[in-house]
Design a protein around this ligand. Structure first.
Ligand code: ADP
Length: 387
């Protein structure tokens, strides 16, 4: 039997295999003549057994299978082709002179997708075969693109993990010299404060302030980086106690600013990771308490609800608000809309909120009007059996 085009075992992506099975050499010759200009790999088999061997060697776009063959006929061959995992989905077109209804039914039952009457009309043959060849080439292309995307995705994930690990170790290693410097600054103030004079003490205060800000930044970076690496185990978390605990931690800010904070009980229970939910709540409350006009006491409202399978949690303030064009970028790390003198911070809080919420299968969004206030809404899966 002859094979032309790419070698039989090479899974071509730009050409498709066409398998023709017929016991009559003259019929095979005629098919070869009709299909040879097709530009695809034509493989000829003289029996069912020969065809099954060819099918082990490579993939085909379509099989043209003679029904009447001695020994194993076309129907039996088709059934064996269908029974094998590798060839199960290859379309089969039966070649037969007998197109009586029982014959056709039997063919479809054996796995035929079409029939061609013998003697075969070249134009009909070519048009039917070209449909399956096109389909095959397109599905190969889709598969190739999917594999390419998967490989790219894997590479991106690896790069991302490397970057996270790098950020984590850099942040971690930076903390010890900063802490040492802060310790020496404190020792200098305590032991030699009088000798330094007013100017010296002011410089020292500034050094301590810078070190404190750097330490806060590194701690936030570590928290952000940890959020990507840690295993986030989900279990029911009642929001009420989390908010109470967060407000207790922010007591100095609440008291110092004369803030009014209203928590509308009851708050729902969510499916989340307790420590991550706490980080989300603390960051949103701290921002609501911080971003007010100078001298104005913050007014903050916390509320939530559970509907269907979703729990919502809102932190609303009447502070300075956020312009529409900035409402998305503030969730990126280091995006701050104000200088550190007016409103101190690291610019990582909302990035932690967004990543933390995403890792628990939820989302966060903001509605805000400059000068009127902001409302941050967090959506998380609701804990079952709660309202
Ligand atoms: P940080 O609070 O450390 O500056 P965040 O990531 O928490 O960093 O917030 C990013 C920026 O988004 C803030 O610097 C601020 O400009 C803006 N922002 C966040 N929350 C509020 C809010 N409640 N009201 C007004 N602006 C806000």
């Amino acid at each position: 039997m002859s094979v032309f085009g790419a070698p039989a075992e090479a899974p071509a992506t730009s050409t498709a295999g066409i398998l023709v099975v017929d016991d009559q050499p003259a019929a095979l010759c005629a098919m070869e003549a009709m299909l040879k200009d097709f530009g695809q790999d034509l493989v000829l088999a003289s029996s069912g057994a020969d065809a099954l061997r060819r099918l082990l060697e490579r993939d085909f776009a379509v099989i043209l299978l003679d029904v009447r063959m001695p020994g194993m006929d076309g129907f039996e061959t088709a059934e064996l082709i269908r029974s094998r995992e590798r060839s199960r989905t290859i379309p089969i077109i039966f070649l037969t002179a007998d197109q009586s209804e029982p014959q056709v039914r039997r063919g479809y039952a054996a796995g035929a997708v079409d029939y061609l009457a013998k003697p075969v009309v070249p134009e009909i043959l070519r048009s039917k075969v070209s449909v399956f060849v096109d389909l095959h080439l397109k599905s190969l292309e889709v598969r190739r693109q999917a594999e390419e995307l998967l490989a790219l995705n894997r590479e991106l994930e690896e790069r991302h993990a490397e970057l996270e690990a790098f950020a984590f170790s850099v942040s971690h290693d930076l903390r010890s010299p900063i802490n040492a410097a802060a310790g020496f600054a404190q020792a200098l103030r305590e032991d030699c404060g009088d000798a330094l004079g007013e100017t010296g003490r002011e410089y020292l205060r500034r050094i301590s302030g810078c070190l404190g800000r750097m330490d806060a930044l590194i701690q936030d970076l570590l928290a952000y980086s940890r959020l990507c690496r840690m295993e986030v185990r989900i279990s029911p978390v009642a929001l009420g106690p989390v908010v109470a605990q967060a407000l207790a931690g922010l007591e100095a800010e609440v008291r110092g600013s004369g803030a009014s904070v209203v928590v509308e009980e009851p708050l729902p229970a969510v499916m989340g990771h307790r420590a991550v939910v706490e980080q989300v709540v603390v960051n949103l409350l701290a921002n609501a308490l911080k971003f007010v006009r100078p001298g104005e006491p913050p007014r903050v409202r916390v509320q939530g609800e559970g509907r269907g399978s979703v729990a919502r949690f809102r932190v609303e303030d009447e502070g300075i608000g956020i312009a529409p064009e900035n409402q998305q970028r503030i969730f990126q790390p280091f995006e701050r809309l104000h200088g550190g003198d007016a409103y101190p911070g690291t610019g990582i809080g909302l990035a932690i909120v967004r990543r933390g919420v995403a890792r628990m299968g939820g989302s966060v969004e903001v509605e805000s009007s400059p000068g009127k206030g902001s409302r941050f809404t967090v959506e998380l899966p609701k804990a079952e059996g709660t309202s």
